[in-house]
Design a protein around this ligand. Structure first.
Ligand code: BGC
Length: 736
């Protein structure tokens, strides 16, 4: 039997309420230790110490999985922390995501409401004998001096409390058959930076600006009289007048409170995180920015994509997208890191997955999250709106199934396969892909009383946050939901058939037949003479990028006309992800670049001109007159619109992986040089080595430098002419 499973779940005798619980064990080591491993997990999030030393630099462990089905335990090598004689293990357990009830966003699927711990210390001595120390009622517990903790609201530490009374732990028979060895990537502290400046607002609030919106927390040093409360409020933006603005955090109090014992201290939270660029400091006389350090916290990911060019605003935008990813890849891909939400919204992840896999190596990150998706997928194939599943109140009593959102079951494995080229990604996540496609088909059958009747749904979020009217603040998209759902069904069916081919599975003929009739339906229902009946950009975009139209030229023409007529984007989460790709397919790279370079509201660069350091949730987060959009939904760190960065890599810089030869086995360098951007430089550290593109304007044309990874094949297409490329650096000059 796995040692770990011999251990018992333990908890405190009395419910510690909002306080964290500390667990203690004293043990005696009498021989020389050769190896010691601590296997550990918790209901909540834990910090473990042996002899006062932290067991690991991981934070907020065991992270967030679909807790009722999968709870990871982590195995730490603690050989160096043990000593001969008396040793003390201390594990603090905070509420974490396990009990993150805030108003509507409660994970009320979870049964337990008290912090609990299970762990096993496995020791092998130099004489090869072994000993196990298991969590059980020989452990002690005490209320922590972290007297309040909540993922959304923050934490309060009371330094006046030296130690609460310890009482014996109680063994509990909580579920154990869902405990799994660690998978995915750990969450760790990453960069740190000091406060940049102190701002005293018109209202007299003392604010520190870190110059960058981050996700994490603040460490600070101070000295204050005994009993004094120092309160740090975290927030994203100052309002029009320059005062603290926290309304858009909704129910999240995002506060850190320290009660001083009169002695100097340096402190940071243990069981929470915040999304912030600014903090307001209350209760300290002398506020010095250099005493405050923002600590960036996210999942461990290796950076792989780099983009720069002659346009500084575009460079800043590209950086903002990277920051958006850092801020929202904290064990699960979240919509946002600051307000009382921070959930694994599937649509956001679906739209961003391609970009995510360019910026960072996210293979293991997605692998783990897709396992949660599979765990939360229902037997009929239903996929929740958020993974891990929470009973999100307004998405219906059940919170499952929305076009483009639930399609993440298909889109994310496919994007990971294209990026990393490993068939295992597809085979590991094949079941959810197929179940989701089957679900959509079953819905069509339900609609038709046994016969297939499209669309599978007219519901869902549609082209979320689209902006057909400049003052539009409604969230639900304008583009017909049936059109959207059919387009994604077509994409799902095509992907399933492709995946079957790649894995050598036999595809039931019915899928091809349904695919053909779905395409036929789409064309007759939503199109006429090659044009979309509904004049939205997103309608045409989907017909183009999913190759549904029977008259590519005409649909492309319609899209280009629409874009020219508006002179701007009108798209939401879905359309914006694919719009520039559709324009490239329409041979309208110049028009695509017009949209990309636009700085007026609404555009990708507009937030940059407003000082954004991450990507905003909505085009009109801040209107040109300085007014904020409705605080009910206005995050300044939502990565969805950052998905356009993948187009910048693939088409502006031109590093485009050939999907037929995934994992950058074959690369097509087909950049779209534009006089307004006289040089572009980008690189991706692919699984086969670095692929890079650098080009610049010359007196009589353009010069290009393409780097082909050792293990890849590649060609370039420049101004319609094809060039074969060798491995390593290739230089090509084109005179125009
Ligand atoms: C989230 C989105 C999400 C949406 C679903 C919002 O509350 O923040 O990013 O995709 O709901 O429609």
């Amino acid at each position: 039997m796995n040692t770990f499973l011999k251990a018992m779940w333990i908890k405190a005798k009395v419910n510690n309420g909002d306080a964290a619980t500390d667990f203690y064990k004293t043990l005696k080591i009498e021989k020389n230790v050769e190896k010691a491993t601590l296997h550990i997990t918790a209901h909540g999030v834990f910090e473990a110490f042996i002899n006062s030393k932290r067991v690991s630099s991981d934070v907020l462990m065991p992270g967030w999985t679909s807790y009722t089905k999968r709870l990871r335990y982590i195995s730490y090598d603690v050989t160096d922390l043990l000593k001969k004689g008396r040793n003390e293990i201390k594990v603090g357990v905070g509420k974490g995501w396990f009990f993150h009830n805030v108003d509507c966003w409660g994970t009320d699927v979870l049964k337990h409401d008290e912090a609990a711990l299970i762990c096993a210390l496995e020791v092998t001595y130099e004489d090869k004998t072994t000993e196990e120390f298991l969590s059980n009622d020989s452990w002690k517990t005490a209320k922590s001096n972290i007297i309040y903790n909540n993922i959304y609201n923050g934490e309060t530490i009371d330094f006046r409390v030296k130690e609460f009374r310890k009482t014996p732990a109680v063994e509990v028979s909580y579920m154990r058959n869902h405990l799994i060895p660690f998978e995915g990537v750990p969450i760790r502290e990453q960069e740190r930076f000091k406060g940049e400046q102190l701002i005293v607002t018109p209202k007299g609030e003392k604010v520190i600006d870190f110059g960058q919106e981050v996700t994490g927390y603040v460490e600070f040093s101070a000295k204050a009289p005994k009993g004094r409360k120092i309160v740090i409020k975290h927030f994203e933006v100052l309002d029009k007048k320059g005062n603290v603005y926290t309304e858009n955090l909704r129910g999240a109090r995002a506060t850190y409170t320290v009660v001083s014992d009169g002695k100097p201290f340096t402190v940071k939270p243990s069981y929470t995180f915040y999304g912030f660029r600014y903090i307001q400091v209350i209760g300290l006389k002398d506020v010095k920015p250099e005493d405050f350090t923002a600590i960036v916290v996210h999942s461990e990911m290796k950076r792989t994509g780099y983009f720069s060019c002659a346009n500084e605003l575009l460079n800043k935008f590209a950086q903002n997208v990277v920051w958006g990813q850092k801020g929202n890849f904290l064990d699960i891909p979240t919509d946002c890191p600051q307000r009382d939400e921070r959930l694994g919204w599937t649509g956001d992840a679906a739209m961003f997955s391609r970009t995510a896999a360019i910026n960072f190596d996210v293979r293991d990150f997605f692998d783990k999250w897709l396992n949660d998706l599979e765990a939360d997928q229902l037997a009929d194939g239903s996929v929740p709106h958020v993974v891990p599943y929470c009973n999100v109140y307004w998405s219906g009593p059940d919170g499952y199934n929305a076009p483009a959102w639930s399609d993440v079951a298909v889109i994310a494995p496919w994007e990971m396969y294209v990026a990393y080229g490993d068939k295992k990604i597809l085979s590991d996540h094949y079941v959810p892909i197929k179940k989701w496609v089957d679900f959509m088909i079953a819905e069509c059958e339900k609609n038709g009383g046994g016969e297939i009747k499209f669309p599978w749904t007219e519901g869902g979020f549609g082209d979320w946050l689209s902006l057909e009217e400049l003052n539009r603040e409604d969230a639900l998209g304008v583009t017909d939901n049936g059109l959207v759902s059919t387009a994604f069904l077509i994409n799902g069916l095509r992907t399933l058939i492709k995946v079957d081919g790649i894995l050598g599975y036999k595809t039931d003929k019915k899928y091809q037949a349904i695919l053909e009739s779905a395409i036929e339906f789409f064309r007759s229902e939503y199109m006429e003479n090659g044009r979309m009946k509904q004049e939205t950009q997103t309608a045409a975009v989907l017909a183009i990028v999913f190759s549904i139209t029977d008259n590519m030229e005409e649909t492309c023409k319609q899209l280009a006309e629409n874009v020219r007529k508006h002179g701007r984007i009108t798209t939401g989460f879905i359309g914006s992800t694919y719009l520039l790709y559709a324009l490239t397919m329409a041979n309208e790279d110049k028009l695509a670049t017009d949209l990309l370079l636009r700085t007026e509201y609404p555009s990708w660069l507009y937030p940059v001109t407003k000082g954004a350091t991450t990507v905003w949730e909505r085009w009109n987060g801040i209107f040109p007159d300085g007014r904020f959009a409705n605080a009910g939904m206005n995050s300044f760190n939502h990565y969805a619109y950052g998905s356009v960065l993948s187009w910048m890599f693939r088409h502006l810089a031109g590093i485009c992986p050939d999907e037929e030869k995934a994992g950058y086995k074959k690369i097509v360098f087909e950049p779209a040089p534009d006089e307004r951007i006289p040089w572009v430089k980008a690189s991706v550290d692919t699984v086969r080595g670095t692929a890079a593109s650098y080009y610049k304007k010359t007196d009589d044309g353009w010069s290009f430098e393409f780097t082909v990874p050792e293990k890849s094949e590649a060609k370039a297409i420049l101004f319609g002419k094809e060039y074969s490329l060798k491995k390593g650096i290739n230089r090509i000059s084109v005179k125009l």
